[in-house]
Design a protein. Structure first.
Length: 88
């Protein structure tokens, strides 16, 4: 009985972790904000970020992937537009 209780507790704990981590998943807007601040691995902050976006060396897809999000064209375009608007 103790083994069963431990197993059920472990499964419940794991499910709670997964539910909690998905509740804190980044949105594309948050990914853009973190990229702007230089808080994403492999993505430079403001000054370099703007130049890389303008030159095409960095895309919205790159930013989404660095944030651990699934990159799709709509979200990638949104991220780029948010960052372009911040530049103005």
């Amino acid at each position: 009985m103790t083994a069963l209780t431990r197993t059920v507790s472990a499964v419940a704990f794991t499910a709670t972790l997964f539910a909690t981590s998905s509740a804190f998943a980044l949105t594309p807007f948050q990914a853009a904000t973190q990229a702007y601040r230089g808080q994403l691995d492999g993505i430079s902050g403001y000054g370099t970020l703007q130049g890389q976006l303008r030159s095409g060396n960095l895309t919205g897809e790159d930013i989404l992937e660095a944030a651990g999000l699934e990159a799709n064209a709509s979200d990638a375009n949104f991220v780029e537009s948010v960052l372009r608007d911040r530049d103005s």
